[in-house]
Design a protein around this ligand. Structure first.
Ligand SMILES: [Zn+2]
Ligand SMILES: [Zn+2]
Length: 303
């Protein structure tokens, strides 16, 4: 039988040496990602795209800086803890109406901040003219991973706007009031899937949420997709950084990247995952499926 932890017990559990949750730092989260993307763009086959996403991340940081910290209601926190549910569930749009205003600002700033290829400029104009209903439908598809509804070209920009909203809310939370979930592979704050995992300098491994940038602890050598602890292996490309590896699982035949800070202290989950598509190709050819998409790069529905 599941037991609901009283809030003081939750508070004690997060006060222990391994923090269960690491909420995003709203002052730096997107700026760090932007710097990392620019750095990784050197000698990378995706160089142009990485620089573009660096610019997207810089605009995200500026938009987040301008947002007032949202207030999450006590009753929502209490209800989530009582039911062991995410506090800010992805399928609940009620209090995130401002995501479309953020998308409009993102498109406008990108249009003026960079010399854009015509196709991209047209896409940003198209997004600004898309109806609110159609944008919400696309967001629903993105947030719950229904690939048939997703336009891969628009998805990174929609996702960038949604990330700003959810990251602002996640950063405003008190970690002691975020209850653990029964499912270790999804974000305890928003219920999204992780983009990658990261082993910090202290040796502890965290999964990094693709939407709200929250990180939550998971023991090492365990599949983040199916929880298997046997049949886990690590693959990387020798000529490239060995700080980025694919954690493959023989049980579910799925992989997710794992980043090692001890090999490179600057690793950043979204950026390093995006910049290492060569590793995706290698592991895909070996017969493993990617656990979940990078928020800034979406495959086509048939792909
Ligand atoms: Zn999250
Ligand atoms: Zn597995």
């Amino acid at each position: 039988m599941q037991r609901v932890l009283p809030s003081d017990e939750i508070a004690r559990s997060v006060a222990q040496p391994i923090p269960r949750l690491r909420l995003p730092d709203r002052a730096t989260v997107f700026a760090r990602r932007a710097a990392r993307l620019d750095r990784l763009a050197t000698d990378n086959p995706l160089s142009g795209y990485l620089h573009l996403m660096a610019e997207v991340s810089r605009v995200q940081q500026a938009l987040l800086d301008a947002l007032a910290p949202p207030v999450v209601a006590d009753e929502d926190l209490a209800r989530a803890a009582a039911h062991r549910m995410p506090v800010l569930p992805v399928n609940d749009h009620r209090r995130h109406r401002d995501w479309q205003a953020i998308l409009a600002q993102l498109c406008e700033r990108l249009s003026t901040s960079t010399a854009l290829p015509t196709a991209l400029s047209d896409l940003l104009t198209h997004l600004r003219q898309t109806s609110a209903v159609a944008l919400d439908e696309q967001a629903d598809g993105l947030l719950v991973g229904r690939m048939e509804r997703i336009d891969p070209a628009s998805a990174p920009f929609l996702m960038a706007a949604l990330q700003v909203c959810w990251t602002a809310m996640a950063a405003a939370l008190d970690p002691a009031r975020v209850a653990p979930l029964d499912v270790p592979g999804v974000c305890p704050v928003c219920g999204s899937l992780p983009v990658a995992s990261l082993v910090r300098g202290d040796g502890h491994r965290y999964l990094h949420c693709a939407l709200c940038a929250t990180e939550w602890h998971l023991v090492r050598a365990k599949c983040s997709h199916c929880d298997a602890v046997e049949g886990i292996a690590y693959r990387f490309i020798e000529q490239r950084s060995d700080a980025v590896r694919a954690e493959t699982c023989e049980h579910c035949r799925v992989y997710r990247k794992i980043l090692l800070q001890e090999k490179d202290q600057h690793v950043e989950a979204v950026a390093d995952d995006l910049a290492s598509v060569a590793l995706d190709v290698l592991v895909g050819e070996a017969g493993y499926h990617r656990a979940s998409a990078n928020p800034l790069l979406w495959p086509s529905a048939e792909g």
